[in-house]
Design a protein around this ligand. Structure first.
Ligand code: AMP
Ligand code: MN
Ligand code: MN
Ligand code: MN
Length: 283
């Protein structure tokens, strides 16, 4: 059976490995099909493709787009990640990604300003060094790492729990595209739209079900399977929602590198026999 991983990060966003090193590790893990899905950027795809050829790995173009949705009944908006895969016309996504990157750059600066007030350290310059002076690549992981390096927190997770998560004092909302607009942009680029890690948004079960319904109604193509660390009932709930909405499935590790050791490259749940993998449609 083919080893497939359709959700991974390089140091173009918040992964620790370069695109080349990511592919070298993928070869070690005997991965046959790999998608590089950095946050709001496809900057690493060409380099990854070249390295993939060397190892005989099929490299799928990808990007993880920060989007948002809301329930009409409440005014609250929730963040969601949509993975775009296998674009045949990636140029048409360029404008959208530029917008997203601009939001990312402005938000990073705002978060750093809030943190300066809170912890009296200006983290911005050292974070910029980490992203080769390109502020549009900064994620909250970069900011968390800087907090760790400066001894403000003792674990990466603590940075999110104390400062960076929604509801915490340095949280700044990512004002990205809606689910509908994201899916539309992905389809215009002739790619597939995948709802990333549906159980990782701190949502109630009701809201998770609402999100999957909404994603299907927005013409989304596939949903990532819940990982094995989730409870059986949670995984079965996701499976049911996928079946009810006639969605395909995607599998990915969300590998980031050594700072998130629990996410292992190539380690993704297996689809059930009746589920249809989105990779069957790849050209
Ligand atoms: P951003 O896209 O800038 O909001 O950054 C999101 C990234 O931060 C995610 O892709 C994860 O890698 C990481 N992240 C988000 N929330 C948490 C959390 N609670 N604990 C650890 N890492 C997180
Ligand atoms: Mn990330
Ligand atoms: Mn994500
Ligand atoms: Mn990811």
């Amino acid at each position: 059976m083919q080893v497939i991983d359709l959700h991974t990060h390089s140091n173009i966003s918040d992964g620790t490995l370069s695109p080349e090193a990511l592919l070298a590790l993928a070869a070690e893990r005997n991965i046959d099909v790999l998608a590089l899905t950095d946050h709001d950027s496809m900057q690493g795809i060409q380099r990854a493709k070249q390295a993939a050829e060397q190892y005989g790995i099929s490299l799928i173009s990808g990007v993880e787009i920060s989007s948002q949705w809301s329930r009409p009944a409440t005014k609250k908006s929730y963040s969601v990640h949509i993975v775009a895969l296998n674009m045949q016309n990636p140029e048409s996504l360029e404008y959208v990604l530029e917008q997203q990157q601009q939001i990312r750059a402005e938000r990073a600066q705002l978060i750093c300003e809030k943190l300066q007030q809170l912890v009296k350290i200006d983290l911005y310059p050292e974070i910029l060094l980490e992203v080769e002076q390109q502020p549009d690549r900064i994620t909250r992981s970069h900011i968390a790492k800087a907090l760790l390096k400066n001894g403000v927190v003792s674990r990466l997770q603590q940075a999110f729990d104390r400062f960076l998560k929604e509801g915490k004092p340095a949280y700044v909302k990512f004002d990205g595209l809606s689910i509908q607009d994201t899916v539309q942009a992905i389809h215009e680029a002739q790619g597939f739209a995948v709802l990333a890690h549906p159980t990782r948004y701190d949502l109630s079960a009701t809201n998770t079900r609402y999100l999957i319904d909404l994603f299907a109604q927005s013409a989304g193509d596939a949903v990532e399977l819940a990982p094995e660390i989730d409870s059986l009932s949670t995984r079965q709930m996701v499976d049911r929602m996928i079946a009810q909405n006639n969605l395909k499935v995607s599998i990915g590790s969300d590998f980031h590198g050594e700072h998130m050791p629990w996410l292992k490259l190539g380690q993704a749940p297996r689809p059930r026999p009746e589920q249809v993998g989105i990779w069957e449609d790849f050209r």
